[in-house]
Design a binder for this molecule. Structure first.
Ligand code: PMP
Length: 290
């Protein structure tokens, strides 16, 4: 495996960074997760836009232009001879001293990893998964805006630990007022009486690229879809529920806090949206060869 590190390709075993890098010391940096389907990178521009927006907000200068970054992503896929892959782009603040001041870090680092990913076992996409609400709440936007996809994922990791400790595959996080926000690494949707809802991002959710695509696809399918505030009660009494994310794609949820959702099987709307999504990923994308 060849890892892109600041303009060079190095074997995985040699891809190392300084222990003084603030990405390691403080989680000071930003990242993106992107997928490549059959030799075409899906929604590359959107992912890079989000990366540069996250970096701007935390005043992190990325040494590559948008165009150069796009090339670097495509080159990394080529260097690893991958056509179906998950790409992880990591920008760290770079090497500094032991203090917090990012001004001491002279140059940010660009790391690109291309690999395979299987977030959940295949059968869970057919059977549906179980989620639970966890004690760890989403970080309020006034503390750290959820649109900043930062290297600081500890609250999400705590949520994941809490879910796994209870035997559930995924954690639903609430905001401090008790409204559903998102899962540890995915957005959430519920469907009832013809309406598809996902929490507004200002409650404390990332504006997922898959989430936005699903909203567009739902409209095309003639569904009523929008952002809407909901609590656990609406989740328990939904007809269908599913999660969306670049790595997870679209995965049905059939149980939440031990309450069976709808029929207890993945629903028709979820199935249709998954199908439409798969077709879209086969149709669109930036070719690796471009
Ligand atoms: N929420 C969180 C916290 C995430 O980390 C992710 C995955 N990056 C998502 C939602 C889904 O976003 P996307 O569809 O852009 O991958």
């Amino acid at each position: 495996m060849q890892i892109y590190m600041d303009g060079e390709f190095v074997p995985k075993e040699e891809a190392k960074i300084s222990v003084f890098d603030h990405g390691l010391l403080y989680g000071d940096g930003v990242f993106e997760g992107i997928r490549c389907y059959a030799g075409k990178v899906f929604r590359l521009t959107e992912h890079l836009d989000r990366l540069y927006e996250s970096a701007k907000t935390i005043m992190l200068q990325i040494s590559l232009s948008h165009q150069e970054m796009q090339k670097a992503v495509l080159n990394t896929l080529r260097a690893n001879k991958l056509k179906d892959a998950y790409i992880r782009l990591v920008i760290t603040r770079g090497e500094g001293d032991l203090g917090l001041d990012p001004g001491k870090c002279k140059k940010s680092r660009v790391i690109i990893i291309a690999d395979k990913i299987a977030l959940y076992p295949r059968e869970l996409y057919e059977r549906g998964l179980e989620i639970i609400t966890v004690p760890t709440r989403s970080i309020p936007a006034e503390s750290l805006n959820p649109q900043v996809k930062s290297l600081n994922y500890l609250s999400n990791i705590l949520a994941k630990i809490e879910a796994i400790n209870e035997g559930a595959a995924e954690a639903l996080m609430l905001n401090t007022e008790g409204y559903a926000t998102e899962c540890s690494g995915d957005n959430i949707f519920i469907f009832k009486r013809g309406r598809l809802l996902t929490p507004p991002t200002y409650l404390g959710a990332l504006e997922g690229i898959t989430r936005n695509i699903i909203m567009d696809l739902a409209k095309e399918l003639g569904l009523e879809v929008g952002e809407g505030i909901f609590t656990r009660h609406e989740l328990y009494n939904a007809e269908e529920c599913f999660l969306t994310g670049t790595a997870a794609e679209i995965i049905p949820v059939v149980k939440a806090d031990k309450r069976i959702i709808g029929s207890g099987k993945p629903g028709e709307v979820t199935r249709k949206l998954r199908e439409a999504f798969t077709k879209l990923t086969a149709r669109e994308g930036t070719p690796i060869t471009s």
